[in-house]
Design a binder for this molecule. Structure first.
Ligand code: SPD
Length: 357
């Protein structure tokens, strides 16, 4: 009898261990189930307090995972085997994911807070009618720089970064479209250019900036620039705003040759396990106070008109991060260049990275 009891205890213990480890493995792999919601977002792109508030208000447990590029995010979702319920891709990635059948159409009746979004950010060409995606943040690509480390010099153009005075002083964001876009724009070409001769010219020009590039980095770019480890960085506007909050000596400029205007939206991938909770979360993020708190925390620009209205004037009135339509109309939004061309951009970017080594 005692032996039977011991065997029973052993089986129970093994079952508990197995259950816990399978659950841990599942959540780390992006599998969710039950009353959970799995979010797949860029790093440093949400106020953790808001996740806690959503969990408290709804009783839904959030599993949160991050990515650092649209390409990495698309690869993970398209490979299958994950059940991300909400993700935050950028416009060209949304267009590509729609094309590849990776997204579900949203139920707008479950998103009453959609009325809070400024119409300027709705119905854009990458997702007519916002059938598949809802605005989360938007911004530009530009240069954050430290005049004090550049003898008071003001940066205004991409070509300023090629100045020999910038030797070993520049950091670049680790993004194929951003870096290739900088090369193309510096030559007066579109950042959606697909002409092979132009792309090769852009890569050759990028190779010549190598002595000036201290590093190509991810989210740590913010800390490095704020700590004055480099004099300039090519960054997304929200990162610039956060860095400038840490170090007031820095400034941000959208280069005069042109640059990128981007939109990150919330989507529900086709493989989502909890579509109901996904709609609940999207609607929650559209609450004006939630959108405002999130924008203030991450430093990025909110498309939420009601949220913007409650942000302090020093944030909402800063034209470097809330440029008007006249300014944004001069910028370019990334096109979905198609699988082959996107892979080619990546390849050229990788070759540029290898050239530095
Ligand atoms: N750390 C958050 C980064 C979010 C950047 N999204 C910008 C995408 C531009 N294509």
């Amino acid at each position: 009898m005692k032996q039977l009891f011991n065997a029973f205890i052993a089986i129970a213990v093994i079952s508990v261990i197995l259950y816990v480890s399978i659950n841990q493995l599942n959540s780390s792999q992006g599998y969710s189930g039950g009353n959970t919601l799995t979010i797949y977002n860029w790093g440093d792109y949400v106020d953790p307090e808001l996740i806690a508030r959503f969990e408290k208000e709804t009783g839904i447990k959030v599993i949160y995972q991050t990515f650092d590029s649209n390409e990495a995010m698309m690869t993970k979702i398209s490979q299958g085997g994950t059940t991300f319920d909400v993700a935050m891709p950028s416009e060209y990635a949304i267009s590509k994911m729609k094309e590849d059948g990776l997204l579900i159409p949203l139920d707008h009746s479950k998103l009453p807070n959609l009325k809070n979004i400024d119409t300027r950010f709705m119905d854009l060409s990458f997702d007519p009618g916002n059938q598949y995606s809802i605005p989360y943040f938007w911004g530009t690509v530009g240069i954050v720089y430290n005049p004090a480390m550049l003898n008071g010099k003001k940066i205004t153009s991409w070509n300023d970064l090629w100045d020999p005075e910038m030797k070993n002083k520049i950091l670049l964001a680790d993004g194929a479209r951003e870096v290739m876009g900088m090369g193309l724009n510096s030559l007066g070409y579109s950042l959606n250019d697909t002409n092979e001769a132009h792309l090769q010219e852009a890569k050759a020009k990028l190779n010549t900036i190598t002595p000036n590039v201290k590093a190509i980095v991810g989210d740590e770019i913010k800390m490095l620039l704020a700590n004055e480890e480099a004099a300039a960085g090519v960054v997304w506007s929200g990162d610039a705003s956060e860095i400038m909050g840490e170090n007031e000596k820095l400034d941000y400029v959208v280069p005069e040759e042109g640059s990128n205007l981007w939109f990150d939206n919330m989507v529900i991938p086709k493989t989502a396990a909890n579509r109901e909770a996904a709609h609940q979360f999207i609607n929650f993020m559209l609450e004006p106070d939630v959108a405002a708190q999130n924008a203030e925390y991450v430093g990025y620009s909110t498309p939420n008109k009601e949220g913007l209205a409650i942000l302090p004037e020093e944030i909402s009135g800063d034209e470097r991060f809330y440029p008007d339509t006249e300014t944004t109309e001069k910028l370019e939004v990334y096109d979905n260049l198609g699988k082959k061309m996107l892979a080619h951009y990546n390849e050229l970017f990788l070759e540029f990275k290898m050239h530095r080594k």
